[in-house]
Design a protein around this ligand. Sequence first.
Ligand SMILES: [Zn+2]
Length: 953
Amino acid sequence: GQRPEFETLLAWVEPFGSGAYGLATKYWTATERNTLNPPLEGILLWNRLIWIGIGAALLAGAYALYHPAAKGAKPRKQERLRALAEAETPVAAPLGSLPAASHGFASGWARLVSRTAFEVSMVFKSPAYVVLILLGFAFAIATLMFIGEIYGAPLLLVTRVVISGLQGAFGLISMVIAIYYSGELVWRDRDRKFHEIVDATSTPDWTFLVPKTLALALVLLSTAAVGVLAGIVTQLIKGYTDFELGKYLFWYVLPQAVSFSLIAVLAIFVQALSPNKFIGWAIMVVYVISTIVLSNLGFDHVLYAYGRGIGVPLSDMNGTGDFAVFSGWLDAYWTAFAIVLLVIAYGLWRRGTETRLLPRLKRFPRRLFGPAGAIGGVALAAFIGLGVFIFINTNVWNEYRTQKQVERLQADAEKTLLRYEEVPQPSVVDVRMTLDLHPHEPRLTTNGSYVLENRTAAPLREVHLRWNDQLEMERLTVEGATVARDWPEFSYRIYRFATPLQPGERRTVRFETVLAQRGFMNSGNTTRIVDNGTFVNNFEFAPMIGMSRDGLLTDRTKRRKAGLPAELRPAKVEDESARDRNYIGVDWVTADITVTTDADQTVVAPGDKRSDTVANGRRTARFVTEAPVLNFFSVQSARYAETRRMHDGVEMVVFHDPAHTRNVPRMLDALSNSLDYFQANFSPYQFRQARIVEFPDYASFAQSYPNTFAWSEGLGFIADLRDPTKIDYVTYVAAHEFAHQWWAHQIVGSDQQGMTLLSETLAQYSALMVMEKMYGKDQIRRFLKFELDRYLRSRGTERLAQYAFKSAPYPRSLDLIAALRAEAPADKQALITDLLEKITLYDIKTTGVTATRRADGRWDVAVTVDARKLYADGQGKETDAPLNESIDIGLFTAEPGKGAFAQGDVILLERRSLRTGTQTLRFITTREPKFAGADPYNKWIDRNSDDNVRPVG
Ligand SMILES: [Zn+2]
């Protein structure tokens, strides 16, 4: 979905039809999505037909390849056997004594190896395996070719990214192989009527069971190997040659080996017990479905989810972190269980003609005497012991809540606390904090104080304090106040002042908190405090003032079920009382933050770094703000490399992983260009530093804090921008985040409809201006097309769209519109209405272009345009509106936004008045145009931006 030009391709080739469905409903409004199904026509119809056809062909092919005769001897062999039988029976030579059956370790090992090799070769030679593997290989390459693209620009295909793609691409195929071949391996001898001979030999049962299990695990491992091959092939295609084989092995192949072996054991176990292989297969399919259904129903504890384990998010900064250790405990637990399963399967192994379960159950206890029973006993003890240890981690040291319990808590919090949302609160005006960070434990203790001030016009009797659910509040005191109400379950407290806080009066709040994790959790293990790449903000480790909607239920269905209104709407734009708060929910403050961390790490927090010292293996750095900042701070700590540059008196620094140097100069260029543009066009920058600080790819966003931009390693550090025709989103993101230093960190909108217009819309605009300055008008066309696509999509869920450092009443979107109106000439007023007060859509289509050579050598060009304008209401219902606007008409020698399109390809770009309906616009040019169109750079919100430009002729 990130690349408009590939959407159509994807819609054709994607087997499940969701791509085609998405394309058919791409620009649908909320109303349309809720009430209509797309007609079964066009690509959607063809996609369905093609894939039904392919499915049928595969089925027919499978049937054709399935030769019942192959179960016995092959035809040629049959002939030979017949010939042998018909030949004269030779006189039997006198027999010597039979070789003695051997039972030593060496012979057992030899048997194991030869039996396993035999079983593996049976699978490798089967056509179904080859087909599945080839499918997986092709699917993996197709996935990896476009993985992680942003604005159509590729990622550098580092091994970590490849592995994340492979984990998705091969999962289903491995499952199919495990289920199918478990049945084949266990039942093969019986299916071929060979079992009585095999079973009559002196070979012990384990020589059947263990090799079959091992073989299946090896076969599954081969899918991982093919995945690695697909990864390396794609890396080569993409021109990436730093193959990190260690990461392939430890981050992909070995973890897959464990989980595949667990699946193999379960599948073999089921087949060993079931009366025939079809029932065994059915049980496995039901099992697979049940794992999905049960976890959706809230049964998601790792103790009973066989083989699932704990997710290991990958990061090149932080490796597998502690997650691999957590996952290791679960693997050990399920491996012990799998051994128990194997011993049971051994005890109940079918031998000879007896297939009924009951007689096998009767002899089961006898079969457990000896090594099998001992192994089973040890495994069972390990399973129980590890289970207890895991339970202590997930349910004793950490709190375990099912999804349902979490949702109930969210609903209860809303019912209990939302009524306090508008209770007037004192403002925090000064923040002092001392943080003690231990990345490896992981633990962060914070000692802090706030100065509160009553900035309202009336005395305040209470202050409300709330904090992050994961945070332990060790101490919390409010000067001159006592706890009036406490909801520990919601981490919410009301303090009542002994004497009400008068307007302008100040009080101090002191707090001590611990943000830590002991052992591991069932899910949601912290990704915030990690060995290398801690990134926390003060909403996580310090108390906040007043009630907020953050963290309340948002899903409409779940809200209704919980007896809540379907949706929490923001306050109406006319609501003056909503201006008491800004939408971030924090005040303008001064701050003094001291952070201590491990000596080998660098720590970055907002403000000017006043000191940085190392003592006793610990580093301590102090940051002091030099301008008012929103009470919203990041603290980051890692083993960083620093790349810096001075530009116009501002120190620009990128704190990055030593290996992530590729786009650092680009980031610094973007910051420099942004600073120049913003200072020239807006106002002076309020700080002396601008810092980009990398964090691990546990989330992939960038976020603007005072003079500090937290930036994910997955977002721009590994962007592959070698192709200059690709959108340079690294520059775009840097400019956008820097622009927030004005739009959010100087002017912040009130908490009501249109709240983000003053921050997001203006940051977006500012970044576009920087892009235009750096790359030219013509290059940002492709970028605008992506943005247009995003707008039209997100509209499906409905949205509306001299104040620096201003507190309550906070500015509104209306104030910006009024300011724009004051500046704009009379003929642009209607445009402001359309752009900012209404949801306006256009349908501009170039239906014909002709160019004819004139006698004087110049060209007569005629461009025929169909145009239409629509207004949509909040529900997405559309009505026609008269169009009468001047819109760009462009004539070009190449297609805008494609390939190396540049300024030299623009023959003419001028505004012409367009009206509703069909019209022909005429031009005379000196060069012959090859492409022409209306609104060629997609500046207007056009429901179909692909038909704006067309080739001449
Ligand atoms: Zn933003």
